[in-house]
Design a protein around this ligand. Structure first.
Ligand code: DSN
Length: 437
């Protein structure tokens, strides 16, 4: 294997192994999931669905996709599953395409308050342009503002309400969303991409009794390949017996071509893994680790959005040290061997590109076998990084800002304090191989 690409993959594996990954939407798949992704299944076109394809030669691929569908149906106890969406964003759009006509109203959580771009973020996203978007927010304690959800729903009569998020640290109350959806006859779509593994493990409320349609990516806490799936519940199918057919048609011919069969196989493997008792333990440990990390952050004087977490993630609010510190802290953490992402906070005074928060989560480190002790160590390292760079305030003038960041990045990469932390990090990560579980 002489192609330069293999050298780069080796380097990436070394980077992932040496560093601590805290991006809450990332995880490490099992060797089995990895293995099926690199098989001949990738060679085959299979437009259509099992038993009704546009191409011949799908006798085996039909069985692969059906196995994935059946395992996910069994795992969630739902009557309909589609494993073909290429990822979460197209999956959400497929749901809207199935349920709404252009111009009809979609309601979702604001991006700056923890929502996702595809939940109707205005102007720059397809979901915000093709549909009339109404966005709800969070209260002063960073919890979903259900009074606002109700008020907006009664006023705008949305066709679809999305209960979902991407940087929201608390449990989503699907029951409350259902009650509001029923007041206006809206479809309730639960986007559980971040918390699927917690739902399966019993660590987060399940949307199955309340939502009509559920979307989840398959590579986050579910710990499968990169992809997504759409589930319809008994409730959804009772409301419209054609719901499954509509979602199928929204995927193909609506939005996609051939499914990624190796991904379908990976979903089948991940679903079998998630059905095992040890997956429940994994979900429990994600939560214990998040609680331990949150408690240590607080002990060390860092502020968390909403004061803590009920899930796998938390957002560190750096506003007490200044506006728009997220870029500098995230970069410095990366130099120190810990990678996360900068993020807006609900009371953001900076911008999505230069926000004032850092989002961290425990799914990946938990997969590697780290426990509460390591979470406290990680929180300690992050607190040291914040303390070290908190005076590196971003200039408000855009020209000065670019020059400042260029200079900051050069200085940070040689910074002895950050490099010392990196040494401490690698001394710990060598005990936690990527596939330990
Ligand atoms: N990019 C994902 C995340 O990080 O939450 C959501 O699409």
């Amino acid at each position: 294997m002489t192609d330069k690409i293999f050298k780069l993959i080796e380097q990436e594996e070394q980077r992932q192994t040496e560093m601590i990954g805290l991006i809450p939407s990332e995880n490490n798949v099992s060797p089995e999931v990895s293995a099926v992704l690199a098989t001949c299944l990738s060679n085959k076109y299979a437009e259509g669905y099992p038993g009704r394809r546009y191409y011949e030669g799908n006798q085996i691929v039909d069985q692969v996709e059906q196995l994935a569908i059946d395992r996910v149906k069994e795992l969630f106890k739902v009557p309909y599953v589609n494993v073909q969406p290429y990822s979460g964003s197209p999956a959400n759009f497929a749901i809207y395409f199935a349920l709404m006509k252009p111009g009809e109203t979609l309601m979702g959580l604001k991006l700056s308050m923890g929502g996702h771009l595809t939940h109707g973020h205005p102007d720059v996203t397809a979901s915000g342009r093709f549909y009339t978007s109404v966005q709800y927010g969070v209260t002063a304690d960073a919890r979903i503002d259900f009074a606002e959800v109700e008020k907006l729903a009664l006023k705008h009569k949305p066709k679809v309400i999305v209960a979902g998020n991407t940087a929201y640290p608390f449990e989503l109350d699907f029951k409350k969303f259902r009650a509001i959806a029923d007041m206006v006859g809206a479809w309730l779509v639960a986007d559980i991409s971040h918390v699927t593994g917690l739902v399966i493990g019993g660590e987060h409320m399940s949307p199955v009794p309340y939502a009509d349609v559920i979307m989840t990516t398959t590579h986050k806490t579910f710990r499968g390949p990169r992809g997504a799936m759409i589930l319809a519940t008994d409730r959804g199918l009772k409301r419209d017996p054609e719901l499954g057919k509509k979602i199928d048609a929204a995927i193909i011919p609506g939005l996609q071509g051939g499914p990624h069969n190796a991904t379908s196989a990976g979903i089948a493997v991940a679903a079998a893994e998630a059905a095992k008792p040890k997956f429940k333990k994994y979900a429990q440990q994600i939560r214990k680790n998040a609680d331990a990390m949150a408690a240590e952050f607080k002990k060390l004087g860092l502020t968390l959005v909403g004061g803590g977490t009920e899930t796998h993630l938390m957002v560190i609010d750096l506003t007490p040290f200044g506006v728009s510190l997220g870029t500098q802290v995230a970069f410095a953490m990366d130099v120190a061997g810990i990678y996360a992402n900068r993020n807006t906070v609900p009371t953001e005074k900076g911008s999505p590109f230069y926000p004032s928060g850092i989002r961290v989560g425990t799914p990946l480190v938990t997969t590697r076998g780290m426990k509460e002790k390591e979470m406290r160590q990680i929180a300690g390292w992050i607190a040291r990084v914040v303390e070290h760079v908190k005076t590196e305030q971003l200039p408000s003038d855009p020209k000065q800002r670019a020059a400042f960041l260029k200079d900051f990045r050069v200085r940070a990469q040689k910074d002895p304090v950050l490099l010392k932390i990196r040494k401490e990090v690698t001394a710990v990560t060598k005990n936690f191989p990527l596939f330990k579980w």
